[in-house]
Design a protein around this ligand. Structure first.
Ligand code: SAH
Length: 221
C-alpha cells in the first residue's frame, strides 16, 4: 500500500476538526494533532479512504475497532499531554490514538494483546514517520520495566481499574480509563496524589470494546 496523503485528505481532516470542535473539544493542541494524523492510512480498506474522515469508529480486523475521532480527541484532551511526557497506552489497536499522542509531543509506550494488530501497527507507524515503542502483551499488567509514567491512557473498556496500572503511575500522574463491565463505560480520570491517595472523577458514558483479561499471560517485559 502506498502511503499517500493528498489535498483531499487534508481538506477532509480540516472538516473533521471542525466537527470535533462543534462537539465541544476546544483544546487547540489536540485539534492540531487530529489535523496532522492521516487517519485514512490506518484503514486499509480502499472504500474507506474518504469515509475515514467521518467522525465514526471502524472495524480494523480481529474484531477490533479504530476509535471514533471525537473519542480520541476527548481522551487526549483529558490526558492533558505535555511535551516529552512518558505516556503508557493500553490497547494500541490501529495506532491512530498512539500517533495523536506522539503529535502532542509525548513519548509513547503502547501495549496490544492481539498479535495480528500488534504486528500490523508495528510495521505501519515507522513507515508513516512515527517513532514509538510498541509491545505485545497484557495491558492489565502495564509495562513495569519502563515505569513510572506521567500519564496512562486506556483505550478499551475496563471492568475495573487495574492495580498494576495505578502502581506504575508517577505521583502527580494522571490516568484516563473508561470503566464499566457492561456494554457502556464511564470515562474516569484518576489523579495519583500520593502513594496511597487517589482522586477519582467520573465523566460521560462511552462505548468501547472490552479490555480483555487473559490469565495465561506471562509477565510483560
Ligand atoms: N487506540 C486504538 C483503539 C483500539 S480498540 C485506536 O486508536 O485504534 C482497543 C484495543 O485494545 C483493541 O485493539 C484490543 O485488542 C486491545 N485490548 C483489549 N484488551 C487488551 C489487553 N488486556 N491488553 C492490551 N490491549 C488490549
Amino acid at each position: 500500500m502506498e502511503l499517500i496523503d493528498n489535498f483531499k485528505h487534508k481538506g477532509l481532516r480540516k472538516k473533521l476538526v471542525d466537527t470535533i470542535r462543534l462537539k465541544g473539544i476546544t483544546d487547540e493542541k489536540v485539534l492540531a494533532a487530529i489535523e496532522k494524523v492521516p487517519r485514512h492510512l490506518f484503514l486499509d480498506n480502499v472504500f474507506l479512504e474518504f469515509a475515514a474522515y467521518e467522525d465514526k469508529p471502524f472495524e480494523i480486523g480481529a474484531g477490533q475497532t479504530i476509535s471514533q475521532p471525537f473519542t480520541v480527541a476527548y481522551q487526549s484532551y483529558l490526558l492533558d499531554v505535555q511535551k516529552n511526557e512518558k505516556v503508557l497506552e493500553i490497547g494500541t489497536g490501529s495506532g491512530y490514538q498512539t500517533c495523536v499522542l506522539l503529535e502532542l509531543g509525548a513519548k509513547v509506550f503502547s501495549i496490544e494483546r492481539q498479535k495480528a494488530l500488534y504486528t500490523k501497527t508495528k510495521e505501519l507507524l515507522p513507515k508513516m514517520g512515527y517513532k514509538t515503542q510498541l509491545f505485545y502483551g497484557d495491558g492489565y499488567k502495564g509495562l513495569p520495566n519502563y515505569a513510572p509514567y506521567d500519564k496512562i491512557l486506556v483505550t478499551a473498556g475496563a471492568p475495573y481499574i487495574p492495580q498494576d496500572l495505578i502502581s506504575q503511575l508517577k505521583i502527580g500522574g494522571f490516568m484516563v480509563i473508561p470503566v464499566g463491565e457492561g456494554k457502556t463505560q464511564i470515562m474516569t480520570t484518576l489523579f495519583k496524589k500520593s502513594e496511597t491517595e487517589i482522586e477519582k472523577n467520573e465523566l460521560d458514558t462511552f462505548r468501547f470494546v472490552p479490555l480483555l483479561e487473559d490469565k495465561n499471560w506471562k509477565n510483560n517485559a
